[in-house]
Design a binder for this molecule. Sequence first.
Ligand SMILES: Cc1cc2nc3c(=O)[nH]c(=O)nc-3n(C[C@H](O)[C@H](O)[C@H](O)COP(=O)(O)O)c2cc1C
Length: 249
Amino acid sequence: MKTQPSVLDTQLKHVSVRSFLDREVSDDMLQQIIDGARRAPTSSNMQAYSIIVVRDENTRLRLSELTGHQKHVAQAPVFLAFCADLNRLGVATALNNQVLQSSLETFVISTVDAALVGMNAMTAAESLGLGGVMIGAVRNHPKEVGDLLALPTGVYVVFGMAIGWPDTEQFPTQKPRLPENLVVHSERYDASGFEAGIQEYDAQLSEYYGRKDKGQSGASWSGPLARGLSKTLRPELLRTLEEMGFKIR
Ligand SMILES: Cc1cc2nc3c(=O)[nH]c(=O)nc-3n(C[C@H](O)[C@H](O)[C@H](O)COP(=O)(O)O)c2cc1C
């Protein structure tokens, strides 16, 4: 009998997979992933999320287009859309003759719930030998993605996940993480090692990407990050999410 890896082994081996074999994910495996995902902790037991399971090829092709033509979205046999969901909570509230008040807090609650369920799904999939990659680019066109998946008001896709059997010939090596002392603090927040640690990490990522640009301007982690973060990311997202039923301000 095949033994399952421990949860910790699965976590320590995590890598995002973007190349998949032409092989189906069985209903049984998908069910196990969903079962694991649904056990995630959830704020006040609200379960303010929904998962849309997409197998249909045309829908996956359209999702690939809407997420910047990411080929792995079209290639993977399964796409899971992890949604923040206030719609069902609205129904539960109305059943009790009340009106749900959408707020920044309900936005955070539902978004965090979707993220926890999504991460559980990823670990479950990886523990079964599958691979996957989260797809935040669904937020490039949240309204179009919502329409494609028939989402009602009060539901948006936080991120998706392309899941399938990894193409072992193109299996990626693990991407290094920031040095531990930059992200884990003992008792109190300590930023004293940030500059040196970031330079160390830039050099490490340059090696990982096989690049020679270890100087400041071409820095492999902080460079692209600085170019991205010096602009407002997805500036229209606030307005779109408000149109989709999330009252954030
Ligand atoms: C919320 C979220 C959204 C992401 N969106 C995308 C995406 O749209 N396309 C993609 O190829 N990878 C995406 N990723 C994967 C990250 O790029 C990846 O996790 C990160 O570079 C670290 O690499 P690793 O997962 O292989 O360790 C996303 C990851 C997260 C957590």
